[in-house]
Design a protein around this ligand. Sequence first.
Ligand code: IYR
Length: 221
Amino acid sequence: MNKQQNNAFIPYRPQFLTEEEMLERSRAFYAFMDQRRTVRDFSDKPVPLEIIENIIKTAGTAPSGAHKQPWTFCVVQDPEIKRQIRLAAEEEEYQSYHGRMTEEWLRDLAPLGTDWHKPFLETAPFLIVVFKRLHEGAEKRKNYYVSESVGLAAGFLLAAIHHAGLVALTHTPSPMNFLQDILQRPDNERPFLLIPVGYPAENAQVPDLQRKKLDEVLYLY
Ligand code: IYR
């Protein structure tokens, strides 16, 4: 196989860390990421747009199937559009909490204290609406592993938000096709996640959750 055949290749520049540095950095990064929490109480304090742009650029560094980068990030700061999104989300969520979700589902959500009210959709200074792109152009050129790719980008996005000192909520109103209409997205896009971003409210509270222990998730072979 000749790598030079179709594609330009450039040298990969490794980081050259010592094992000691890697240990220290991996511990520190875990401790830092372990501080990340999903927050539902937002402050309306403004956030500079450039921070959001950097966060989205970071999300775009995620790997993707055939490097197709099958994602679109819509950033909403307009209060009128945020209001439309809130009203539409609450309409769907009201139905979900009053009959569409199973008893088991409602019991599972009880510790999180969620309900159909979504005031954060107006309070948070920015809503990032992540869309997946099913295909490209009039010829419908294929994208690959679209959900995996966009899921990875969303993970990078959440890490970047935390790193910037902001908080986020991965919100999945269901169904969420209203986002397609309100934001007038083209036919090849589908809403993936709705992520309010901002500062936490002064009195913000989060549920006292435990993360699974290493021996519950790691099987060494
Ligand atoms: N989409 C609803 C319900 C909900 C579902 C799950 I799974 C959650 O982890 C949290 C909420 C809502 O946003 O309230």
